[in-house]
Design a protein around this ligand. Structure first.
Ligand code: GDP
Ligand code: GDP
Length: 456
């Protein structure tokens, strides 16, 4: 399970500057999928080979209302759920009473806290940070200049990595993820078997109908084991079988607790959702037909794409709508979700069960696509055909030459293309190649990653 690192501190100390530096890969993703909004609060980062979730806890002043209150609640939950906290203070502004307030809150949380003095550029850092030792949080005040990147690598490698590694040893399934992240040659022995259980995460913001859907699915199917233990920070994993295929439903809504233990509605936790996405083979993103696409839906979509997970989209609450309303919703989805043309969209009613069975056809298809064995000779042959049909453009007066390709991994499928000036290909040609591969390999429901390597 991915470790979670929360960035905490009063406004203006540089949390979002540090967040941006840690999660830069997300910008590239957003550029690849016009129409996505980058989530400014939750992101994925990586130190050496260790991926982690980083959270910029916006405000924890305690006097928020409305939507701010919801965000503050998520911030406090983030701290509660975090494996480590980076507590930022401003080396230029010096120690403030707000810093002291936050420090005393953190001391009570019994968390691993790293105290980080930001903005040490252009000042005498050692004397500036001396007063922060009074906060008595750990024995070091880490010095960084987030805006310039100074000290950030040291903070990560010297402080955070050993901590994350220690966590990783408690949770051995992390290793597999790390190997994949290195992403070189595909190791066929590690490839999931097509008969493996499909881990299916049911993802969505609150009230879209996740638990109604989960109940519907389970009500129809034989549940192998149901009484699974779960803690507040983890999803409930429910094994089930359908059409002779094993599934593990990853239930982020916590229906077990809702039904059996108390009637208390499970708190929605973004972190729980992010971890479920990371752990799944296929994500079923549920959105509410009646509300249209919200920023929160798009940011969950961004996380699913960033994690490279297979995706099936369920537009729920499709019951009792006028035909004209249905048409309007469909055209809005077409317009705004054109960029995820690889994903199947289902219009369902979890309440009445309409369309729920067909979801599994797409889930199966997405899983098979994501884990398909692709041979190097095949990807090279497809490259030749694509180049033959439509040549790459010129760059600096020379034609870009794509020579050969190899299959670099699965889940999602990775294709590595080698050529002269291959990295100079414009986005339109990259999209062309992507679509060509998708059609030729009949891959649906999963993103395809293409990497380019220079050959001489
Ligand atoms: P947040 O409110 O904690 O998220 O703070 P921001 O990341 O928005 O930063 C607040 C201000 O501090 C911005 O004007 C940043 O440009 C500035 N800032 C952030 N990091 C540094 C730094 O390392 N050095 C200096 N000199 N300024 C910084
Ligand atoms: P969750 O927070 O995503 O788990 O959402 P719930 O499953 O608790 O559903 C939220 C509300 O939407 C409940 O009042 C459900 O009865 C209602 N709901 C769920 N699915 C449907 C549906 O397909 N049609 C209609 N009309 N209402 C639904």
């Amino acid at each position: 399970m991915l470790p979670v690192v929360a960035l905490v501190g009063r406004p203006n100390v540089g949390k979002s500057t540090l967040f941006n530096r840690l999660t830069r890969s997300r910008d590239a993703l957003v550029a690849d999928y016009p129409g996505l909004t980058r989530d400014r609060q939750y992101g994925q980062a990586q130190v050496e080979e260790h991926p982690f979730i980083v959270i910029d806890t916006g405000g924890i002043h305690g006097d928020e209302e409305g939507i701010d209150a919801l965000m503050a609640e998520q911030s406090l939950m983030a701290i509660e759920e975090a494996d480590a906290v980076l507590f930022l203070v401003d080396a230029r502004a010096g120690l403030t009473s707000a810093d002291e307030g936050i420090a005393s809150y953190l001391r009570k949380q019994n968390k691993t806290v790293f105290l980080v003095a930001n903005k040490v550029d252009g000042i005498d850092a050692d004397s500036a940070v001396a007063e922060f030792y009074a906060l008595s949080l750990g024995d070091t005040v880490h010095q960084i200049a987030a805006a310039h990147g100074r000290g950030v690598t040291q903070l990560l490698t010297l402080a955070l990595t050993p901590h994350i590694e220690a966590l990783g040893q408690e949770k051995p399934e992390q290793d597999e993820e790390a190997e994949l992240a290195e992403g070189e040659e595909m190791d066929l022995e590690d490839q999931p078997d097509e008969n493996d259980s499909i881990k299916l995460a049911i993802i969505g913001k609150p009230n879209v109908g996740k638990s109604t859907l989960t109940n519907r699915i389970l009500g129809e199917e034989r549940v192998v084991v149901y009484d699974m233990p779960g803690t507040t920070r983890d999803s409930v994993y429910i094994p089930m079988e359908r059409n002779g295929r094993d599934y593990t439903l990853i239930d982020t809504a916590g229906i077990r607790r809702r039904k059996n233990v108390t009637d208390v509605v499970e708190k929605y936790s973004v972190i729980k959702t992010l971890r479920a996405i990371e752990d799944a083979n296929v994500c079923l993103l549920v959105v509410d037909a009646r509300e249209g696409l919200s920023d929160q839906d798009l940011s969950l979509l961004g996380f699913i794409l960033e994690a490279g997970r297979s995706l099936v989209l369920a537009v729920n609450k499709w019951d009792g709508l006028d035909e004209s309303v249905k048409d309007r919703i469909k055209s809005e989805l077409d317009r705004r979700l054109g960029f995820i043309d690889f994903a199947r969209i289902h219009f369902i009613s979890a309440l009445h069960g309409t369309g729920v069975g067909h979801l599994f056809e797409s889930v199966e298809e997405a899983f098979v696509s994501a884990t398909k064995r692709i041979s190097t000779s095949m990807v090279t042959k497809i490259l030749d055909m694509a180049v033959f049909d439509h040549q790459p453009p010129m760059h600096n007066g020379r034609r870009i030459k794509l020579k050969y390709a190899h299959a670099g991994g699965y889940n999602p499928p990775l294709i590595v293309i080698h050529g002269n000036q291959a990295k100079k290909l414009p986005p339109s040609y990259k999209r062309y190649l992507m679509n060509y591969y998708r059609k030729s390999l009949k891959i649906m429901g999963t993103p395809i990653k293409i990497e380019f390597r220079e050959t001489s």
